[in-house]
Design a protein. Structure first.
Length: 344
């Protein structure tokens, strides 16, 4: 079982499996009239991280699902990463997870059952870190291995964070380095250094529990996590939903160590260019390396946080050095270019 390389049994990897933003937008279009549900305060009419349903006591239920094909070869690690990624949607809205259900697709004629057991064990380990049970789930016999979670969480309505409530002059912060898509693509091609894969795994299995604390701060106006659409794609969702533009300083963007080793060799996932095709008319200042890193589909990426500028000092003093927060830019009034990238 240790010799199995899961990534060789799937055509996609992690959040790089996501359908491109422009294609997804077409899929979600509907001319049919939709019913109105007064207590559904976040639904699929927006591009937020999860659905949110308000209860009668000021508490909200957060519901989300996320699953994908293997991003690493090891079964246990695949289960852990997929679980951290799914849990992130709840944290990104300021919520606390309550329980999770497993979503498993397994090619039983190609891969041993023991490997599937390891996937679930990796998931249980991550759920235990989050303090929740893996309470059930559903499985199918599929052509490719697939795993993820459906997660239920809660949040007080006053602490709920959305991705379309940012304001001009907000400061932008990112909690994890970029580059997991590039490193894992190199691994699938047999071109990655072991220490770089180890670092990417460490990043992807780090839970975004910081989101719970951020939910309690009124100075945080909006929040989302960075996954398959890359930093630029998810920042664009914030900007378009909030009717603002953004300026980011590429020299301040955190990147996984040694990433230039791979970008210089033009190693990147296919979805990088699909992401860029959906973004290119709305972005100024892109460069060769910054395109590969800023459009890189992240799996279990960091939180993108919008903070009021008058709380900058207090915010940074509270979280710098503890959570590894990185200031990357700011929001502005709407400009002709939705996102402008500066290179120092």
């Amino acid at each position: 079982m240790n010799e199995i390389k899961l990534t060789q049994f799937s055509h996609g990897a992690g959040c790089g499996c996501k359908i491109a933003p422009a294609v997804l937008e077409k899929i979600l279009q509907s001319s049919a009239p939709s019913s109105s549900f007064a207590n559904l305060i976040v639904g699929n009419e927006t591009k937020d991280d999860a659905a949110v349903y308000e209860l009668t006591d000021g508490t909200c239920i957060i519901s989300t699902t996320d699953f994908f094909m293997p991003i690493v070869d090891d079964s246990f690690t695949f289960g852990a990463i997929a679980s951290a990624n799914a849990l992130s949607d709840v944290y990104a809205m300021g919520g606390k997870p309550l329980m999770a259900l497993a979503i498993l697709g397994w090619p039983v004629d190609k891969l041993p059952i023991d490997a599937a057991q390891q996937v679930l064990q990796g998931s249980r380990t991550m759920c235990e870190q989050a303090g929740i049970p893996l309470a059930g789930g559903h499985s199918i016999d599929s052509q490719e291995p697939i795993f993820g979670l459906a997660v239920t969480g809660t949040v007080k309505k006053k602490n709920l964070k959305r991705n379309n409530t940012a304001k001009p002059d907000d400061l932008l912060y990112l909690t994890k380095p970029l580059g997991t898509g590039i490193i894992t693509t190199a691994q699938k091609r047999g071109l990655a250094l072991a220490e770089d894969v180890e670092e990417a795994v460490r990043v992807m299995t780090q839970l975004n529990t910081l989101g719970i604390k951020m939910g309690e701060l009124q100075a945080v106006t909006a929040m989302t996590d960075v996954t398959g659409f890359g930093l630029l794609g998810h920042l664009l969702e914030v900007c378009e939903g909030s009717a603002v533009s953004a300026e980011i300083d590429y020299t301040k963007i955190p990147l996984i160590r040694n990433l230039s080793h791979y970008t210089s060799k033009m190693i990147y996932p296919d979805n990088t260019m699909r992401n860029w095709q959906s973004l290119q008319l709305k972005v100024n200042g892109i460069g060769s390396e910054s395109l590969l890193s800023l459009c890189d589909p992240q799996t279990s990426g960091g939180l993108l946080i919008c903070v009021r500028p008058d709380h900058k000092n207090t915010f940074e003093q509270t979280f710098f050095g503890v959570e590894g927060l990185h200031p990357i830019g700011k929001l502005t009034e709407q400009q002709p270019a939705t996102i402008t990238i500066h290179h120092g």
